[in-house]
Design a protein around this ligand. Structure first.
Ligand SMILES: Nc1ncnc2c1ncn2[C@@H]1O[C@H](COP(=O)(O)OP(=O)(O)OP(=O)(O)O)[C@@H](O)[C@H]1O
Ligand SMILES: O=C(O)C1=C[C@@H](O)[C@@H](O)[C@H](O)C1
Ligand SMILES: [Mg+2]
Length: 170
């Protein structure tokens, strides 16, 4: 039964949480919440500016507060920030009360996407090798999600189809 659970998307920067979350929300006609966007709205500055001016700890505290608050809503599509599920409180809430989908990709695809973007302050200062290590460490935690979606070589439409099928069977 779907009851009132949220559909929560998690995974590395560039894994498609925002774009796939948005498409799923339209397809299922369920409201969409992008935590990164709410953080930007709340802080009145971009994520890069928050990291630069206030520091990562400030960002993580705000991320925890905004994420836990929004997970209280019912039946929404929620795209976490890339580090959201690494937070133990957020992870416990997501695993206990919601459907969770890890968008999993080969590291080479993720590195290409992360490198091409200026809006990901965490990745600015990391070498390819450090990003690889981050992906490896985080993947152990992301794997606690209820559903792992292997996205390699799939189009967005195919990924959306896969997710809807899982949702409809659960
Ligand atoms: N299946 C796909 N095939 C090709 N490109 C994709 C696919 N899914 C996502 N992308 C592209 O990858 C990029 C990153 O996607 P998106 O911004 O949705 O990721 P994200 O997980 O929300 O990242 P962040 O954590 O930084 O917010 C976008 O340019 C998006 O169009
Ligand atoms: O992976 C991360 O730690 C991050 C991912 C983005 O979604 C943003 O939440 C921010 O850039 C940090
Ligand atoms: Mg995003």
């Amino acid at each position: 039964m779907h009851l009132n659970k949220n559909l929560v998307f998690l995974g590395m920067m560039g894994s498609g949480k925002s774009s796939i979350g948005n498409l799923i929300s339209k397809k299922l006609n369920i409201p969409f919440i992008d935590i990164d966007n709410l953080i930007v709205e709340n802080a009145g500055m971009s994520i890069s500016e928050i990291f630069e001016k206030k520091g990562e700890d400030y960002f993580r505290n705000l991320e925890e507060k905004i994420t836990l608050k929004n997970l209280k809503k019912i039946k929404n599509v929620v795209s976490l920030g890339g580090g959201g599920f690494i937070n133990a409180k957020i992870r416990k809430e997501v695993i206990s009360n919601h459907f969770s989908f890890w968008l999993n990709w080969d590291e080479s695809t993720l590195i290409k996407r992360i490198k091409n973007s200026k809006k990901r302050p965490l990745a600015f200062k990391l070498s390819d090798q450090e990003i690889r290590a981050l992906i490896k460490d985080r993947s152990k935690i992301y794997s606690e999600a209820e559903f792992k979606i292997n996205c390699n070589k799939l189009t967005k439409t195919e990924i959306v189809r896969k997710i809807i099928k899982i949702y409809e069977c659960n």
